[in-house]
Design a protein. Structure first.
Length: 202
């Protein structure tokens, strides 16, 4: 049985919330530099996978509602990015300001508190996202548009528009991957160079 976009959205959002919660707790758990570096690296890889899974599910769902819904989704993603950057900037400014005011300022503990606050707010945001998605899937508009297509996909019913068989869908994915092979290699190369250039945490 195929997993529906709504189910993939719930799983990926819950995974991101759990991974971000782990980052929140990591700010208060003492560990060596090597183990912390490995934890952060693995957490980043897992979040990248879950984020890609979530992006695919949300785009698949939004595309069912037409171009207006896709534009709203992209605008919402851009707005969230601005909010996240603003929170990071404000937390950094607060840390720098406190360092300039207090003589006995503990920079490490302040950075840990700022990181815990940021990751905690991120976890809360993801939990709220799960709650809003649960409310969204119960709306009549969602049930009228998405539920019939999800049921058709589970039964491989090709009578509805946009429903394709599994071999045909796999062939389309491979064709798109071949067309974008240069960009995929470029992104992979950037990540490899970034990891190689990273200083040794030991």
């Amino acid at each position: 049985m195929k997993s529906s976009p709504s189910r993939r959205t719930q799983i990926s959002a819950a995974s991101l919330a759990f991974l971000t919660l782990c980052l929140t707790f990591s700010t208060s758990i003492p560990s060596s530099a090597s183990s912390f570096f490995a934890f952060v690296l693995l957490n980043a890889v897992a979040q990248a996978c879950a984020g890609s899974y979530l992006q695919t599910a949300t785009v698949a769902t939004g595309s069912l509602f037409g171009s207006v819904a896709m534009q709203a989704m992209m605008a919402g993603q851009a707005f969230v990015g601005v909010v996240v950057s603003t929170v990071q900037l404000l937390s950094t400014m607060a840390s720098v300001r406190a360092a300039s005011i207090y003589v006995d300022y503990d920079a490490k503990s302040a950075e840990a508190r700022a990181a815990a606050l940021f990751f905690g707010l991120s976890t809360l945001f993801l939990i709220c996202t799960l709650g809003i998605h649960t409310w969204l899937v119960r709306l009549p508009e969602y049930r009228d548009v998405v539920v019939p297509i999800e049921q058709a996909k589970k039964t491989d019913d090709a009578s509805l528009p946009g429903i394709v068989s599994a071999p045909e869908e796999k062939g389309r994915i491979l064709r798109v991957a071949k067309l974008n092979i240069e960009y995929e290699f470029a992104v992979a190369y950037v990540f490899i160079v970034t990891l190689v250039s990273c200083p040794n945490p030991v």
